[in-house]
Design a protein around this ligand. Structure first.
Ligand SMILES: Cc1cc2nc3c(=O)[nH]c(=O)nc-3n(C[C@H](O)[C@H](O)[C@H](O)COP(=O)(O)OP(=O)(O)OC[C@H]3O[C@@H](n4cnc5c(N)ncnc54)[C@H](O)[C@@H]3O)c2cc1C
Length: 354
């Protein structure tokens, strides 16, 4: 365990299958931290925390260490949420040596809609004002938008003793969708989010609808940021569809001068292309409208071909539909590329019947 991590908290989780839980944790966190795995135990190490995990009989002993007291509850809630996510529908109990302090979840910000407008006909930009944008500058880019039911005063989440977030239920249930902070304005304490208006006919699209209907003064909340940001690399290949476009556009804008960047982006047609900074050494737009109706592999095929031509130290950043991401992940694994030199994350899942 690292010396710089001086604040600690221990806990015990009782999952249905400890070994499966430990596997799921290691498999997931290898994308976000260094993972040392031995029989029956694992150590996860990031810049901000170290998490020691030991399976003892039917339980998982957890020790979280962070550099400061302030980041301990943040890490505790983050890890608790992951454990319950991995448990899925299976029962899981979790206790900590110190109950989590009650209050709003870490990274919770109340926000108000300032404006909403179309960037292109399918991409809607919603500008939100928050009390303080400091935590959105640099670093992690992704947030959860928490949208209260229309016409009801918002009821916000609260942290429970086990570190999990207690969400309002029933009529107060919040709509939650993950988006990328496209830009931050420190002068006005405003952030913007670009929301793709996907056309899933006959299927509800509540996240898209929020952006379509947003009115100045509407109240919502933002949780985050988290989930990664600009890769620390000299050469980067960005690729993805409209759900990834806000992240790609922001990273291109924020990359250090001299970073060599290429992008391959799939959009519906030419009218959905956006002015990305001219700092890219290559920018390729793929138009879905030009494919045949059963063609779902153009983006993946093009990215695979491009990766074959890139150097091993090129960071490959890919986000988009779930099955596309799985395909790209498999492909990169077969090439035996360094997993630290890649980010492959699915941002949405195609409806099976679509
Ligand atoms: C880390 C992260 C960052 C993201 N950043 C952004 C962002 O900045 N902007 C953005 O627009 N999206 C972003 N997304 C994707 C967004 O969260 C999903 O598209 C979300 O599901 C949209 O919610 P919804 O309520 O509109 O549709 P859902 O209720 O999730 O889905 C309804 C139907 O629409 C289909 N659908 C959902 N999303 C898409 C899509 N993108 N394209 C086509 N069909 C779709 C589904 O298959 C389903 O049939 C991000 C996701 C992640 C995980």
């Amino acid at each position: 365990m690292s010396d710089i991590h001086s604040a600690t908290l221990s806990g015990t989780a009782h999952p249905v299958d400890v070994r499966a839980m430990l596997n799921a944790i290691c498999e997931h966190f290898v994308e976000h931290s260094d993972v040392l795995r031995e029989e029956g135990r694992a150590v996860l190490m990031s810049r901000d925390w170290t998490i020691n995990l030991t399976s003892v009989d039917d339980r998982l002993e957890i020790v979280i260490a962070t550099a400061s007291d302030a980041s301990l509850p943040v890490t505790c809630t983050m890890f608790a949420e992951h454990l319950f996510y991995f448990a899925g529908d299976e029962p899981l109990s979790l206790e900590w040596s110190e109950p989590a302090p009650k209050g709003r979840p870490p990274g919770f910000h109340e926000a108000t809609v300032v404006s909403a407008r179309n960037v292109t006909s399918r991409m809607r930009r919603v500008v939100l004002s928050v009390e303080n944008v400091t935590s959105f500058i640099g670093g992690n880019m992704h947030v959860r938008l928490l949208i209260p039911p229309k016409g009801r005063a918002p009821v916000w989440p609260i942290v429970q003793q086990n570190g999990r977030i207690g969400w309002p239920e029933g009529e107060d249930e919040l709509l939650m969708r993950v988006y990328t902070i496209r830009s931050v304005d420190a002068g006005t304490n405003q952030v913007s989010v670009d929301v793709f208006q996907h056309s899933a006919e006959g299927i509800a699209t509540p996240g898209s609808d929020f952006a379509r209907d947003a009115q100045p003064g509407d109240r919502l909340a933002i949780m985050g940021p988290g989930g990664g940001g600009l890769p620390d690399a000299q050469t980067i290949l960005f690729a993805g569809d409209e759900s990834a476009l806000p992240a790609i556009a922001r990273m291109v804008e924020e990359a250090a001068p001299g970073t060599l960047m290429k992008a391959i982006i799939e959009v519906e047609d030419r009218s959905e292309e956006q002015d990305l900074e001219e700092r890219l050494v290559g920018l390729e737009w793929l138009h879905r409208s030009s494919y045949s109706s059963d063609d779902r592999t153009s983006l993946v095929d093009r990215v695979k071909a491009e990766v074959q031509t890139t150097s091993a130290d090129t960071f490959v950043w890919f986000a988009g539909e779930k099955s596309d991401c799985r395909e790209i992940k498999r492909f990169l694994a077969d090439l035996k590329r360094d997993r630290k030199n890649q980010y492959v994350a699915w941002y949405w899942e195609r409806n099976r019947s679509a």
